[in-house]
Design a protein around this ligand. Structure first.
Ligand code: PD2
Ligand code: ZN
Length: 273
């Protein structure tokens, strides 16, 4: 006898239905519950929602079977490098040249001197350790940002609502971002305030939009690793707990010649509004 349940594969119709629910403000967890109630297989539902498999609650790529390419919903990308510690991956061709140029053009008029989190108050402050200029998009602010955020969610199997708005940074010659951790230091008094919205950061995706002629590598001093920016490439690193043992101390080395532009997506452990 044939099963009468829904088809057990991610179809375009299913993706469209999920997009409609998401635009209407439904959370991924609620859509998942509705799909369970309608008889959808849990693994298929989670894949369609870009949620991690049951029991796995951290952003990461699906690199099972050691693929050299990954087929995301709207783009095929290259899996160029994987590292276990720090947990890191370098993705080629994540953004097209046109997408990089459009993100730069949209953000250029809105740049302001970058700030960092003030660990005492939980607010933000100008800091000599970070001399770039930057701006934030609202999540889903324009169709291009929506498309990039959908791609990130598919790559890292992490729902869009567990991400901060996309940040774009411009580094002129001589500017840099000194080594730091992207998670919030649990020992600092301002951290409790920051965590109220979305909880801890659990991963970072850096996308290179424009590359300098010299300098500007993303460096991981504890791992002895330097990643040279390449236009359209994306660098992911995850941190399962807010601790230096993750090996994710990293920085943006000074730009020597030319300009470096990057977009950063910081991922949170829970829904970020
Ligand atoms: O621009 C970089 O290479 C860089 C380095 C370290 C960006 C960030 N951190 C960041 O946006 O967190
Ligand atoms: Zn960082």
């Amino acid at each position: 006898m044939q099963s009468q349940g829904p088809p057990q594969a991610v179809t375009p119709e299913l993706s469209e239905w999920i997009a409609v629910q998401t635009r209407a403000g439904c959370r991924a967890e609620d859509i998942l519950a509705a799909m369970h109630a309608s008889g959808w297989d849990d693994a298929v539902a989670r894949a369609a929602l870009a949620l991690p498999p049951a029991g796995v609650d951290r952003p990461d790529l699906d690199a099972s079977g050691s693929p050299s390419t990954l087929q995301l919903a709207d783009r095929q990308v290259q899996l160029l490098l994987r590292l276990q510690h720090p947990r890191l991956a370098l993705i080629g061709g994540f953004l097209s040249d046109a997408e990089c140029d459009a993100l730069v053009a949209l953000s250029r008029p809105r740049l302001l001197r970058s700030q960092t989190v003030d660990h005492h108050s939980g607010g933000s402050e100008v800091n000599a350790a970070r001399t770039s200029e930057g701006m934030f998009f609202e999540r889903g602010e324009v169709p291009l940002v929506q498309r990039v955020e959908q791609r990130i969610a598919a790559l890292l199997q992490w729902p869009q609502e567990r991400g901060e708005g996309l940040q774009v940074l411009r580094y002129a010659p001589g500017t840099q971002y000194r080594p730091h951790f992207d998670f919030f230091d649990p020992a600092q008094p301002g951290t409790a305030t920051v965590l109220k919205q979305g909880g801890q950061r659990v991963g970072t995706l850096l996308m290179y939009l424009q590359v300098p002629q010299r300098g500007g590598a993303t460096v991981f001093p504890d791992a002895g690793l330097e990643v040279n920016p390449v236009k359209g490439h994306a660098l992911f690193f995850g941190y399962d707990r807010p601790h230096e043992s993750t090996g994710t101390l990293h920085g943006g080395a000074p730009v020597i010649e030319g300009e470096k532009w990057v977009a950063t997506k910081w991922l949170r452990e829970s829904v970020y509004r």
